[in-house]
Design a protein around this ligand. Structure first.
Ligand code: ZN
Length: 165
C-alpha cells in the first residue's frame, strides 16, 4: 500500500517536542503516547497543521511556527486585575490555571491566571504561549483516513485521541 499524504480528513499520529526561542522545552510526547489529531479540523495550531499537509508517515521534520500562526500575538491590553473574592470558593485561583468566561457575544472565552498578589489576581486572555515562536520537532508515526463517526464528532477515536466511547 502506498503511503497516504496528509490531507483534510486524515487522522495523523505523531510524536513532537515543542521548543521555545530560549531553548525551553514547553511540551513533549517523548516517552509517552503519540498525539493524534484530525487534519483540517483546527485541532492543532494553524501553522503546524498547514506545514504538516502533504507529509507522510515516517517523515521527521522541524517546523517553525510564528506567533500569528501559533497561539497569537501577545496583547498587553488583554490583562486585568480582579479581586480574589471574584472567584468562587471552590475555584481557588492558581497561577497557570485556565478557566472559561463568556465573551460579550456569549462565546466561551479561555482566561488564564497569570499572577497572584495579595487579594488581587491578574488574569489574561493571552495564551501562556502567546507571542512565542514555536519550534516543533515532529516525527510522523501514522496517517490514515478518518472513520465517518470521527468526522461527525470532529475528533480522533482510539490511541492518542478521545476514549469516550
Ligand atoms: Zn467522539
Amino acid at each position: 500500500m502506498s503511503p497516504i499524504p496528509i490531507a483534510d480528513d486524515c487522522v495523523v499520529t505523531f510524536h513532537y517536542q515543542l521548543t521555545l526561542e530560549d531553548g525551553t522545552v514547553a511540551d513533549s510526547t517523548r516517552g509517552g503516547e503519540a498525539f493524534a489529531y484530525l487534519h483540517g479540523h483546527h485541532g492543532i495550531v494553524p501553522g503546524l497543521e498547514r506545514q504538516l499537509g502533504g507529509r507522510q508517515a515516517g517523515d521527521k521534520l522541524q517546523i517553525e511556527v510564528p506567533p500569528a500562526e501559533g497561539y497569537g500575538e501577545f496583547d498587553p491590553a488583554a490583562e486585568q486585575q480582579v479581586p480574589r473574592a471574584a472567584f468562587p470558593e471552590e475555584h481557588e485561583p492558581v497561577v497557570g490555571m485556565m478557566f472559561h468566561t463568556e465573551s460579550r457575544s456569549g462565546e466561551p472565552q479561555p482566561i488564564w491566571v497569570k499572577a497572584l498578589s495579595g487579594d488581587q489576581v491578574t488574569i489574561t486572555r493571552n495564551h501562556p504561549l502567546a507571542g512565542r515562536t514555536l519550534t516543533f520537532a515532529v516525527e510522523i508515526v501514522g496517517v490514515r483516513r478518518a472513520k465517518p463517526e470521527e468526522l461527525t464528532h470532529g475528533h480522533v477515536h482510539g490511541p492518542g485521541g478521545h476514549h469516550h466511547h
